[in-house]
Structures are given as structure tokens and as C-alpha cells.
Design a protein around this ligand. Sequence first.
Ligand SMILES: Nc1nc2c(c(=O)[nH]1)N[C@H]1C(S)=C(S)[C@@H](COP(=O)(O)OP(=O)(O)OC[C@H]3O[C@@H](n4cnc5c(=O)[nH]c(N)nc54)[C@H](O)[C@@H]3O)O[C@H]1N2
Ligand SMILES: Nc1nc2c(c(=O)[nH]1)N[C@H]1C(S)=C(S)[C@@H](COP(=O)(O)OP(=O)(O)OC[C@H]3O[C@@H](n4cnc5c(=O)[nH]c(N)nc54)[C@H](O)[C@@H]3O)O[C@H]1N2
Ligand SMILES: [Mo]
Length: 792
Amino acid sequence: MDDPTEPRYDGPAGGWGALKSVALHLKEQKIAVKGTRTLLAANQPDGFDCPGCAWPDRVHTSSFEFCENGAKAVAAEATARRATPEVFAQHTVSWLAQQSDLVLEGLGRLTHPMVYDAGSDRYLPIAWDEAFALIGRTLRALPDPNRALFYTSGRTSNEAAFLWQLFVREYGTNNFPDCSNMCHEPSGVGLKRTIGVGKGTVSLDDFTQADAIFSFGHNPGTNHPRMLGELRAASKRGARIVAFNPLKERGLERFTDPQDALEMATGGSTRIASHYFQLKVGGDLALLKGLCKRVIELDDAALAQGAARVIDVDFIAQHTAGFEAFAADLRAQPWAPLLRACGLTQDEVNAAAEVYVQAERVIVAWGMGITQHRRAVANVEMIAALLMLRGNLGKPGAGVCPVRGHSNVQGDRTMGIDEQPTAAFLDRLQQVFGFEPPRAPGLNTVESIAAMRDGRAEVFIGLGGNFAASTPDTEATAQALRRCALTVHVSTKFNRSHVVHGRQALVLPCLGRTELDLQGGRPQAVTVEDSMSMVHRSAGRNPPASPHLLSEPAIVAGIAQATLPHSRVPWAWLTEDYDRIRDLIAQVFDDFADFNRRVAVPGGFRLPNAAAQRRWNTATGKATFTVHPFDRRAAHGDGGEGEGEGDRGREGEGEAPGPGGGSSEGGAPASRLTLTTLRSHDQYNTTLYGLRDRYRGIDGERRVLFAHREDIAALGLQPGDAVDITSHFGAERRTVRGFRLVSYDIPRGCLAAYYPETNPLVPLGSVAEGAGTPTSKAIEVRIARSSVAAGP
Ligand SMILES: Nc1nc2c(c(=O)[nH]1)N[C@H]1C(S)=C(S)[C@@H](COP(=O)(O)OP(=O)(O)OC[C@H]3O[C@@H](n4cnc5c(=O)[nH]c(N)nc54)[C@H](O)[C@@H]3O)O[C@H]1N2
Ligand SMILES: Nc1nc2c(c(=O)[nH]1)N[C@H]1C(S)=C(S)[C@@H](COP(=O)(O)OP(=O)(O)OC[C@H]3O[C@@H](n4cnc5c(=O)[nH]c(N)nc54)[C@H](O)[C@@H]3O)O[C@H]1N2
Ligand SMILES: [Mo]
């Protein structure tokens, strides 16, 4: 079945390729020597938290865990390149706006606060005080604080995030759009509702005890490479690893640990997944229902034969609610539509269920392949339900493991970056600080874009991130941002959001994680929370990229002082010594009692997790099974042909379209396909490190479209052809041009391409029900031969 036109990578994940790649990236950033020293301080007890992913570290101690993409993240921040005022004097903003993201990123670290000058169409340097005064003036002049938006990206430390939410709430709004809204929001919503805690329940120790690890829709080899260490160890001791992914991701197949001398010397590798199922894009809800249905079937059969029960009867009786209705729904659900929608055979689903019921202790891990869908919350709740069926929660070696993205995205939410804060939290803020916080819910990311577009919001301030590029519906977002009176970005590097600006615009450069943060002459540490609720310190050591940089806490304090002259918060005093900020955090959150002392311990401390203790803070007081009606459209993006926006959310078994919907047997043309958007190996979200996607065999380009060779043929096209991609959402059409077709091992009816190049296709109105997350992993598209040559 080998297709000679398919790109190939025959090696394992990791290995020598990873080491070579790091050397290359350090060289590109001109930091060969300095970079290696910087790297050694990553994830060490006295070093900084790696700005790469949120995967936890074993003990934060001596053994340096090598991670290729962590090294690239550090190199990108520690780059020797500088985006100085001289650089900005040479180029108009309109010219910069024409350049690729790679070029913008390549300008390097920002060195001075900059203000947009409309007359010359350039960014000019501005003094910090003047920048803060401009923000303060503009915010104070707004008729309603809800006309301002305060975005957060997940690299922000706990201390900066805490001050940020405090300032914004004292100012008077809960408008906290954040990257989490585009990421694991459905995990938070779904887990909170089913098990009472919107976070993962497992720790690294559980990975050493699990008999089986189920992996849904994430790519550890690229996006959380240190997880491969855990998976490798689990595989070596005989645990089953079961992967569900439309693409054969190399990191889930085979891994060579660069720290294993023998594997490196002999060219050996460790098999990761014992079972790999290439389900259809968006097929997860159908599959999860199938897995649960199979468990119930096996249990019903056991009961009939008087054999040992398959489900954990005691756990279900003692700890759960809603089981009877849940099981009844599954018994009534016919198999055929489930199998059609997930694209797996009955034998495959049975085999996966068999691994599940044979294991005493099971962990389910997942990423964006689960959350960026219309039925994402249902996906997450079904994952929890699958585990609940056999009591796989709150016992060693078992539990839920949403693999978080940004290194402190979980901590930011803990600190109150939340557009829907609880009343209890707001009451506490009021008690501690003596101002009345706003009670009305604020706007999330997608709602914020709509508010700017419609003129309901006119000031946008981003603490990190790259809002213009990371959000859906790139054109609509750009128009929305351009309507603003003022856009402000606190950033380490120049990016797309700085050239898609409001009438007035500021770019405020901040210290990065790796850099020494001196306040009052004393080095400061910040804290972060990883994917497994470990809170620990992070202290940079590198000299700052420029003497003009301020820390994020200092920038937030500067904005607050300029905006709130009668503030109840002693901003300057707080930023002189971050211990003072942590003392306040301890006053607001009980889980952070004695924060400074506890976080001083190497490795920090773990936040309590009620669900891991089998205490259920849900509406029923139990872990809750919910019936999620199967809706075939769930598997096919959002809003089919002829369905207007008003039809969204309608349940029902609308006939599934195209080969993706199972009607391909007759050889119907592959007209309607489902596109998923993903990360290459050489990027960190919107930050591009290069044009290689090593494990997928792509080099030198990003405008590629992965498709099944029979779908390519059915369209009368050939691998290598340039195509345009048009998304269909109700009557709305969006097109991107000039993508090169690549024949790829992906299920029929499914396509994949990189984010953010494909974000113009993601409809603003297409979001996860109950969570508002853009459906970036299932976009209904058609493709046609392009008149534009495929570009890099
Ligand atoms: N180096 C690096 N590290 C990163 C990031 C980065 O960009 N670069 N980003 C960080 C962030 S913010 C996040 S959120 C994480 C993201 O980490 P991931 O969740 O791994 O991110 P994606 O690349 O979006 O990959 C999603 C995976 O889901 C699969 N998939 C796509 N559609 C479906 C589907 O419908 N069902 C299933 N089951 N699978 C599907 C894809 O094939 C892919 O393997 O990584 C974090 N770490
Ligand atoms: N189509 C599609 N869209 C997606 C996704 C997808 O899979 N598909 N994934 C979504 C996900 S999971 C996420 S999390 C979002 C990411 O959305 P964002 O978090 O908004 O985007 P990033 O690319 O991570 O932001 C990069 C910028 O952050 C700044 N930065 C880096 N480090 C620091 C720092 O320490 N402090 C400050 N202040 N700034 C810093 C730099 O200037 C850099 O240019 O994108 C989402 N969008
Ligand atoms: Mo993310």
C-alpha cells in the first residue's frame, strides 16, 4: 500500500534527530554556548520553569530531562536577535504586516516600549510612564468598563495573573478572554460538571502504576515530549498504551530517549502504543459511546452468566449518580451509526474495550483532538464516564489527565483569570481588598471578538499571546481589532498582533521566564502550576534582553496605578517583593495558605484535588453520568450545508455528508471533507521556529494539506497540486488559497493542515457547546484546484 508520493520519516521520535535539531536551532538564534547553559537551568529546583509545555517534572532535581522542543522554546526566548527602535524606524507597519509570521518572529526580542505613530505608519519608542498614562487615560474615559477586554496567554506567572485579575476587577469588569477559551475550556467545564474538579486528577506517580493508558487526540512527541519518558517507562514495564488519533503520530509509536546511552548507541527505540486506532476526525464521541456501550454489554453478559461483574458495582453505587439512564441510553444505541462515525470496525472497538476491562488501573490522557469540537464537553464527560464505569478515579494508577498546553495556563485560571468567576471567589476578593468586584460574567475569547466587531468593546489589552493569529476567523478578528480605539500587547517578541492594531497601539516589552528579574535590587522568583497541580518556583538567570524591559507584575502595576488613582491596592509596594504578592494570594485562596514557605521547598507543593480523594463537588454530590445523545453531525464539524447559524445546537440525526460521513462506499466524490488543524514539530502555537515537521516528513513549507490518496484521486487531483480550501458554515464561506496537497496516511474524508495558516477558515460562530471553544479540529470544507501556486 506504500504510496511513493507520501512524505516519510522512518526514525523513532527523539534520538539523534532531536539532538541535531537542537544544535541547529541554537545556531539559528545565535546562542550556541549561552543557550546550552540556559538549557541546563530549565526545570531545575533553582532554575526557571520551561516556557514550553505544562507537563510536570519528575522531582525538579538533578537529572536533566532533555527535551528537544523545550530547548527550542528556550532558544526562541534567549535569542540574540533584537527588534530595536532602529529596526522599526526602517519599516512601516504596513510593510511589516505584509511579512510572514516567520519574518516577524525573526526580528527577535523587543527592547523598548513602542507606540504606533499614524503619521509615519511606524512604531516609535515611548517612555514607560507615558505608555501607562495613555492606557490609564483611555480606560478612564470609557463610559463602561465592560467596553475593555483583558486577554491572558498561559505563560503568565501566578503572581502576574493574580495582580492582573485584581486590577481588572477593581477597574470593574470580568472581561477575561484567555487562551484557555481556545484550548482546554471544555475539559474544565466537563470535568467540573462530572467529577467536581475542572482539572486532571492524576500525578506522575500514577503513570508508574497504571496498567493501561488511553491517549486521545494529542501529540506528545511534539507538544509535550517529556511525557514520552513516562509512556516509555510504562511501555517497558508492560502497561498497555492505546492511542486514538486520525494521524499516526511518531511519538505515540516509537521513542528513543536521548538520555539512554544504549538506545542511542544501538539505534534502538521503545515501542509506545500497543494499540493504535486511526479514528476519523471528530469521531471521538461516537467511539467513546461505543467503548462505554461495549463495557455495559460485557457486564450484562457477565451478569446473565453469573460471572464476575465487569463494571465496578460498589464504586457506581457509592460514588456516582445517573448510571441507570446512562446505561439504558447505551443499550438502546445501535452500533452501526457509531461505527460509521468513528470509522473503526466492531472488532477494533471491542479490542480497545477489552484492554480497558482487563486493566485494573487506567489513565485517560487527552489534548486538543478532544476539546476543539462542537461536542467537546460531551467528549470530556464521556471520558470521565468511561473511567467511572470501572472505578478508575481516585485510586492509584488511575484517573483523568487532560494534558494542558501553556506552561502556566492552569495556574492562571486558579488565580482567577476567569470570565465566569464564582460568587465565593468574588466575595473573598471583596473581603480582602474592600472594593466591590463586578458580578456580571465577562466575555470569553470568541465573544470578545464579536464585541469588538460590533463596536461593543473598544480597548484590547493582551498580557502575552498573539491574539490576532491564534484566534479563529482571522479576517473577522483583524477587522475587529482594527475597530478598537486602543490595542496594547505585553510581549517578549514582535508578532502578528502588533501589526493588526487599533487606532492607537502600544507594544510593551517584558522579561521572559529565563531572565533575571531584579526588584529593589533583589532577584525575584515567580510561581507556576503544571498540568498535575504542582505549584513551584521559577527564577530566571539570564541577563535581560534589554535594560528597558519590565517584569509582567511591574507592567500590570504600572497600568493599574495609571488607571486607578484611588486604588485600594498598594501596587508599587507589592512589586518590590513578590513574596508580598504571594502573601495576598494566600489570603484569597485557602489552598495557598502559607504559600511562601511551602513553595520554597524544591519541587513545591501539590494543590488538593477533591476528586482524587473521591469527594465530589458536583450538583449531585456524586460523580455524575450524563446521557449525551449521539448526533451524527457531531462527527462532521459544525453547521452542514444549508444549515444556518440558527440551526446550531439542534440535536438530531441529520444525514452525514460525503465520505467523512460513511457514504463513500459508492465512490461518491470526496466533495465535503472534515479538516483538522494542528501544530508542526517546529512551532510553538503562533511562534514558528522553522519550516520543518520532521516526524511527518515535511520540510521547507507549511502550506500543505494532508489528504488520503483516494480522496485526492476522487477529486481528480494529484499529490503536489495546489488547492484552495473553502469552509462551509451555514451560508458562510471562507477560503484560503495555495495549499500543496500531500498524500498522507489519514482516514478517508479527513484532512489536516497547520494552525495558524488555516485559522481564516474557522467560523467565529462555530464553537463547543457549553464552552465556547472554536471548533478548530473539525471544519467542514471543500477543496478545489488553485489558481495560486502553493507557497511555503
Ligand atoms: N512544541 C510545542 N509544544 C506545545 C505547543 C506547541 O505549539 N509546540 N502548544 C502547547 C499548547 S497551548 C497546547 S494546547 C498543547 C497542544 O498539544 P496537542 O493537543 O498535541 O496539539 P495539536 O497539535 O493541536 O494536536 C492534536 C492531536 O490531535 C489529533 N487530532 C486531530 N483531530 C482529532 C480528532 O478529531 N480526534 C482525535 N482523537 N484526535 C485528533 C492530531 O492528529 C494531533 O495528533 O501543546 C502545548 N505544547
Ligand atoms: N486553528 C487553530 N487555532 C488554535 C489552536 C489550534 O489547535 N488550531 N490552538 C489554540 C490553543 S490550544 C491556544 S493555547 C491558543 C494560543 O494562543 P496564544 O497564547 O495567544 O498564542 P501564542 O502563540 O502562544 O503567543 C505567542 C506570543 O506570546 C508572547 N510571549 C511569549 N512568552 C511570553 C512571556 O513570557 N510573557 C509575555 N507577556 N508574552 C510572551 C510572544 O510575544 C509571542 O509572540 O491558540 C489557539 N488557536
Ligand atoms: Mo493550548
